[in-house]
Design a protein around this ligand. Sequence first.
Ligand code: FAD
Length: 308
Amino acid sequence: MLRAPLLAAARSRRMRKLVEVVPATRSVVSRFVAGSKTPDAARVVRELADDGLRVTLDHLGEDTTDAEQAATTVRAYEELLSALAADGLAFGADVSVKLSAVGQFLPADGEKVALENARKICAAAEAVGATVTLDMEDHTTTDSTLGILRELRTEYPWVGAVLQAYLRRTEQDCRELASEGSRVRLCKGAYAEPEEVAFQDKSEVDKSYVRCLKILMQGKGYPMVASHDPRMIAIAEKLAMDADRKADDHEFQMLYGIRPEEQRRIAGDGKTMRVYVPYGDEWYGYFMRRLAERPANLAFFLRGLATR
Ligand code: FAD
């Protein structure tokens, strides 16, 4: 019931101003966000690596219409990748990139700028043995993001992308992307989407997730199972076994701060577990989507405010 208003608030500049000035917000946000600067992110990567967990890092930010801001985001990824390399943490790491943060929505030549900027991040990643995965934003960006993915993969075949099981189109997208060398991160989907394009019932989304998982696990690509849902994880484990997949040809992924014990359990079982670690100052949209996913998080946030 609260999901729709929270997701609407995630896009509201007015709400953002209100939430950001509340002093207690920071301490709640720190449960989901690694910190604001590159060294904060590197420290968390080290801690997770010590526990046998891999990472994908997201420099927070989205929906920019400012070319300079997009260029700043590219520099932030370049700085992060060299800091990780200097600490011996870059090899096997991944960075997650929102194309709307690197120019996709610029009024002039947005897609072209986003492609060029994403290329620069891919070059920086390749130089240190890391990979890049394109996050998926709302459904109006899906075709554009998959088009840019295709372009990037001609030069960097290891670039991956997220697909969202709540979209009706995603089964077909999975079929098209379940090919040799193709890295697909399957999630349920975090945005408010209209009925015409997306399943609205949780059970419909879950069924779609399983159908998509089957296609990816039976395909020739590299499936990345991005979910905290115990049922989806159990089904993925069974499908991986049926398809004779080993720990190095698929992986599980969860968000930083969500079900951390389960993350360690999966890694402890000898499976590949990667944690999505967001960092940076632009945490508002990301944080609101996490509140929308789980009412208990909102209650935790409100209790934090009440005790100040
Ligand atoms: P749910 O059915 O939502 O949750 C299952 C259980 O997980 C819950 O019962 C609860 O125990 C736990 N849980 C779930 N969410 C939370 C939370 N916020 N706080 C605490 N516990 C929680 N979405 C996009 O639209 N685009 C992306 O690019 C994208 N990238 C992602 C990358 C990764 C690695 C992951 C893990 C998720 C990503 N998402 C993305 C978010 C995703 O779409 C879902 O919104 C989110 O993962 C919740 O769905 P779920 O599969 O965990 O299942």
